[in-house]
Ligand binder design. Structure first.
Ligand code: TXA
Ligand code: MG
Length: 342
């Protein structure tokens, strides 16, 4: 075993925090069986304690230990996409600590597709609860240096696995009981006649590194969208935001919007996208959605590092990874809560 992995396992067993690379973004991990260790994650992130964490495991067999039951769609999706950028929400096993699930009856599970993460999870042999390794509400880290800059001393160990290959967080699919039971019943209307069919299908809680189209192809049915009954704080409107104002615009309106913002006198304007626009600085983002996803969070950090006041970003087409990129850009451009939390 690599020395760094042995050290990381030692830190986890002692109740410490280990930041580790995954294919999506870096995670901030703790032993998911130890409430005190999990509490340290919330303190380090400045995250409200009722927000649930994803439990990272080495394989499907370990995932099942955290679930009350393992529904057929979970098996099918895990077989098709794990290790990979997909988180499954299922009913939790009784012994899963409330600190991990934010008190909800469900748990999020994922097998990450990164050699270091898998080595760590296999050597550790249990579940590692890990949110993205950033301060609450800010941009997820895609390099070890991002983690060090943002969380520094509050992490006991950072495993450096280089830049993340996917670059945006996992796709989250809710397969929990409320959803499943209704699917099994197959009824589209409640006793009161209300059509609840859209609440019943497996639900995409967060578009991410695994395109929706691929998930639907394996399920053989469309995913429903939106927050539904399960709360997912990563779906707060103003998540994933840099300090600068982000303005997500349609690709057609880019030039016009840049001209408008540049003349408004808010400060230096930068365009984040495949092409430069007169009147603004330019930070290139690849035109292909995979490339854009990989580069997006680094680019948003660069916007702040270079002290731009406004970043104008053309929205990609919402197919494949373009849906996740567009989702993060919309959230980054949503109105921010004030310092008093309003
Ligand atoms: O790619 C990823 O998913 C990364 C890497 C580190 O695995 N993790 C990540 O974690 O993005 P985090 O905590 O930043 O976002 C996890 C999202 C949150 O929106 C949370 O609300 C949702 O997953 N989540 C976790 N458990 C849940 C549950 N039981 N029910 C509903 N949502 C849940
Ligand atoms: Mg996060």
């Amino acid at each position: 075993m690599r020395r760094a992995i042995a050290e990381a396992v030692r830190v986890l067993r002692a109740g410490g925090l280990v930041a580790f690379p995954t294919e999506t973004v870096y995670g901030l991990g703790a032993d998911a069986r130890r409430p005190a260790a999990v509490a340290r994650i919330f303190a380090a992130k400045g995250r409200p304690a009722d927000h649930p964490l994803i439990v990272h495991v080495a394989d499907q067999a370990e995932a099942r230990r955290w679930a009350r039951a393992w529904p057929e769609p979970a098996h099918r999706l895990a077989e098709a996409f794990w290790p990979g950028p997909l988180t499954l929400i299922v009913d939790k096993a009784q012994d899963v600590p409330d600190e991990v699930t934010g008190g909800q009856p469900t748990v999020g599970l994922r097998v990450p597709d990164h050699p270091l993460a898998l080595e760590l999870l296999r050597a550790f042999g249990g579940g590692v609860a890990a949110p993205s390794a950033n301060r609450f509400g800010s941009v997820s880290p895609t390099t070890a240096a991002h983690v060090a800059l943002e969380l520094g001393d509050s992490v006991d160990l950072i495993l450096d696995g280089g830049p993340c290959r996917v670059g945006v967080e996992s796709s989250i699919v809710d397969l929990s009981r409320a959803t499943r039971r209704a699917v099994a019943k197959g009824a589209d209307a409640d006793a009161d006649g209300t059509d609840r069919s859209s609440e019943r299908a497996p639900r995409l809680l967060r578009p991410g590194g695994l395109p929706r189209e691929r998930i639907e192809a394996v399920l053989g049915a469309p995913l429903s969208t939106g927050p539904g009954r399960t709360r997912a704080p990563g779906t707060l409107p103003s998540h994933y935001a840099p300090r600068a104002r982000v303005l997500a615009v349609s690709a057609e309106a880019l030039d016009e919007q840049v001209e408008r913002v540049a003349s408004a006198g808010e400060g230096p304007v930068v365009v984040l996208g495949p092409r430069a626009v007169p009147g603004a600085a330019h930070l290139p983002l690849p035109a292909d959605p995979e490339g854009a996803a990989r580069a997006l969070y680094s680019a948003l950090r660069e916007v702040d590092a270079r002290r731009f006041a406004v970043a104008v970003v053309p929205l990609p087409e919402e197919r494949g990874l373009g849906a996740a990129v567009a989702d993060r850009l919309r959230r980054a451009s949503a109105p921010r809560p004030g310092p008093d939390g309003t």
